[in-house]
Ligand binder design. Structure first.
Ligand code: CP3
Length: 350
């Protein structure tokens, strides 16, 4: 590490997203806050529902900062959820313990027309307040990340009322209701752009777009439902905030990661656990950062296996702009001691 890198508190995550190659990459972890931390489980008891928790600025600030108190991570990610967008637009959203999110299924074109994207900035005010408060308490060298779900991923939850396993059915609905589906993607793109701009204004250094259900899509559908709406969002955010740094995470679509990155105009591309980072890099603009992609299961395993796989990933990404992360979120079974070991190892302290 050079002296300059040591002394200047410029944010590593920001520099990497601007295309700079650092001696050691910035590190943060998807779902770095959450149930694997005993202090989160304790804090969570203070709100009756998960959305009440997300909309309480003091609880969201505390949950955001909990992992930063344990580990010297290079970035904080605001504690919230991708489903605050349908909630703010007037759909019913609930979280069942052990079952994941449940929404009121969307129905038809009339239900799409009744969505209220103009409610985003007012209904999501508590999220922006939490961002401002987190910003004020972070070290100047620590970045703050805002986020939103991508249109396709949020649409899969909205259409049938639940996530992942029902995404083939959501595609069926999209084929059967093409006009309503495109109207839905447009409304979501508008709402998401508004939400990302407001998060940047509240102090986010970068924003991430989670497309968690981008896997297993036909190429033409991937273009229409993943690339095109994301490209629209990136353009809208940059029209309003030209310097905006945007990470796109098309989970499960690493074979298309370079097309996705080049066509959408994002600053960095998140790679899932299954991606071969060196193969993706071969086709990627050298200024576009990669992010990922250590197996989250290693946060349960720890030990030499964790260190060996971490070194393998560091070597594969060496000499390129890369943000160290997992290939998907930390699971509730993760051992906080393994997270501590990983962060220390990447930062060269062990
Ligand atoms: O630390 C962070 O990464 C920030 C917080 C964050 C949460 N959700 C908190 C959360 C982030 C970035 C998300 C994004 C999110 N939410 C995604 C995209 C990332 C991914 O995992 O692919 C998705 C698909 C969702 C939707 C969602 N929210 C699901 C499927 C679930 C239930 C799954 C589970 O783990 O139980 C949630 C609830 C949720 N969001 C929890 C947390 C900490 C657990 C609920 C609780 O603590 O009571």
């Amino acid at each position: 590490m050079t002296d300059i890198e040591n002394k200047i508190p410029t944010k590593r995550l920001v520099r990497t997203l601007q295309g700079e190659v650092l001696q050691r990459p910035p590190i943060w972890l998807m779902r770095q806050a959450g149930r694997y931390l005993p202090e989160y489980r304790e804090l969570r008891r203070r709100a009756p529902t998960f959305l009440d928790f997300c909309y309480s600025p003091s609880l969201a600030v505390e949950a955001t900062l909990q992992p930063l108190r344990r580990y010297p991570l290079d970035a904080a990610i605001i504690f919230s959820d991708i489903l605050v967008i349908p909630d703010a637009m007037g759909r019913k959203v609930g979280f069942e313990e052990g079952e994941g999110p449940r929404l009121e299924p969307l129905g038809d074109r009339a239900a799409v027309a009744a969505l209220r994207p103009e409610h985003i900035t007012t209904r999501l005010g508590p999220v922006y307040e939490a961002l401002e408060r987190v910003r004020a308490s972070l070290e100047p060298s620590t970045s703050l990340i805002g986020f939103a779900g991508a249109p396709w991923t949020i649409a899969t939850y909205m259409i049938l009322g639940k996530g992942g396993p029902s995404k083939a059915e959501a595609r069926l609905w999209a084929y059967q209701n093409q006009e309503a589906f495109h109207a839905l993607l447009d409304i979501l793109s508008q709402a998401i752009s508004t939400h990302l701009i407001a998060q940047i204004d509240a102090g986010a250094d970068a924003v991430q777009i989670f497309d968690s259900w981008a896997d297993d899509l036909p190429a033409s559908f991937f273009q229409r439902a993943v690339i095109d709406p994301t490209k629209k969002i990136v353009a809208a955010v940059r029209a309003a905030r030209p310097q905006a740094l945007i990470i796109g995470f098309p989970r499960g679509a690493s074979a298309r990661a370079s097309d996705y990155a080049h066509e959408t105009g994002i600053s960095g591309v998140g790679l899932d656990t299954g991606a071969d980072i060196a193969r993706v890099r071969e086709k990627l603009d050298p200024k576009i950062a990669t992010q990922g992609n250590l197996d989250p299961q290693l946060m349960i395993i720890g030990g030499d296996m964790l260190l060996k796989e971490t070194d393998r990933l560091l070597a594969a990404a060496a000499g390129t702009p890369h943000i160290f992360n997992l290939g998907h979120g930390i699971t509730p079974q993760a051992d906080p001691a393994n997270v501590e070991m990983l962060v220390a190892h990447v930062q060269g302290a062990s």
